[in-house]
Design a protein around this ligand. Structure first.
Ligand code: ATP
Ligand code: MG
Length: 321
């Protein structure tokens, strides 16, 4: 049994223009100890999918229109408020993009970690455990650093503190939503190394959300690519990076910034992600696709297993080059 099993998930928002479907029929699973990267451009539905796992989206305006989410075999959509509180943190924990904004500026970071521990064990949390967590996320001199206020720490150190808080309840799944986007490239690599190490040492599953396919290879065992609310390709990470099959995945790979290389290599994908209220007919990517065929605007292709473990939502994947 997978740790996380999402089946045919659809999420809608009520807007002034009527309901829009931000996530359409998404199926994903994550095994115990597995890393899955969920990748796609801005607005493709990555965060909405991720926040749905622990039912963190405000409702209204959001509504789970269809599908199933199971964690450890338990149906998240049927849980009451007390069950949801128990799985948040203790089973699935989140790390987001802006650590500076998430930390309380007037409270020492160690105290904030202590509070995260107390949420799950009100009586027994100790300063020793705080120091252990600060050491576990690779911060030197943890006894001293835990007494710092957030503004005394760099952005990278602040993100390590956020990760320590997420680890406080020993989650089985860590959802990291653009955890390094606000950081410079060197620090980004260090935080990704840290997440890889924690995944390995704690046998923790990780859902890494990013628009940048260039950062997923160490942490992700598998990759799922999302476009306009749908999964368009999933594959083992190494296979997908070596030989992407969906035209959108290929465009994403061509748009990976190449450190040290200037000019020529970086290609932004022409056009933009469609508005949810004006989705194109047929394949949602066809207006931007370099290999468009006549039938592409007619019917939305299914996500099909084209090789063992490789799923692609494009009938013309073989002509991909
Ligand atoms: N509260 C809301 N009301 C209406 N639409 C929303 C709401 N929240 C999100 N959406 C829409 O859902 C779609 C998916 O958003 P989501 O935040 O999941 O994108 P994303 O892939 O995480 O993008 P990014 O890389 O920018 O974080 C977007 O079109 C967004 O406008
Ligand atoms: Mg997002």
């Amino acid at each position: 049994m997978s740790l996380l099993e999402i089946q045919n998930l659809s999420v809608e928002f009520d807007t002034d223009q009527g309901p829009v479907r931000a996530v359409s029929g998404v199926s994903l699973s994550i095994e115990s100890g597995e890393g899955l990267a969920l990748v796609g451009e801005s607005g493709c539905g990555k965060s909405v999918t991720a926040l749905s796992i622990a039912r963190l989206l405000p409702s209204p305006p959001s509504r789970i229109a269809d599908g199933e989410i199971r964690i450890d075999g338990r149906n998240v959509l049927a849980m009451d408020a007390a069950d949801l509180r128990r799985i948040r943190g203790a089973v699935v924990a989140y790390v987001f993009q802006e650590p500076g904004a998430a930390l309380n500026p007037v409270m020492r970071v160690g105290h904030q970690i202590l509070e995260a521990l107390r949420l799950h064990r009100p009586q027994s949390a100790t300063t020793e455990e705080v120091i252990h967590l600060v050491r576990q996320v690779g911060i030197p001199a943890p006894e001293d650093r835990q007494r710092d206020f957030p503004h005394e720490l760099s952005g990278g150190m602040q993100q390590r503190i956020m990760i320590a808080m997420a680890l406080a309840a020993q989650p089985r799944l860590l959802v990291a939503d653009e955890p390094t986007t606000a950081l410079d490239v060197t620090i980004q690599a260090q935080i990704l190394d840290l997440l890889s190490r924690l995944k390995r040492e704690l046998n923790m599953s990780v859902l890494l959300i990013t628009h940048n396919l260039g950062i997923v290879q160490d942490l992700a065992d598998r990759v799922a690519v999302m476009y306009a609310g749908q999964i368009v390709e999933t594959a083992p990470a190494a296979d997908l990076l070596r030989q992407p099959l969906h035209p959108y995945t290929q465009s994403l790979i061509h748009s990976i910034p190449q450190p040290g290389k200037t000019g020529g290599r970086l290609r932004a994908i022409p056009g933009h992600v469609p508005r949810l209220s004006a989705l194109p007919s047929g394949c949602r990517f066809h207006p931007r696709c370099a290999r468009i065929q006549l039938s592409c605007s007619q019917a939305c292709p299914d996500l099909v297993e084209v090789q063992p473990g490789r799923w692609v939502r494009c009938p013309f994947w073989k002509t991909a080059g």
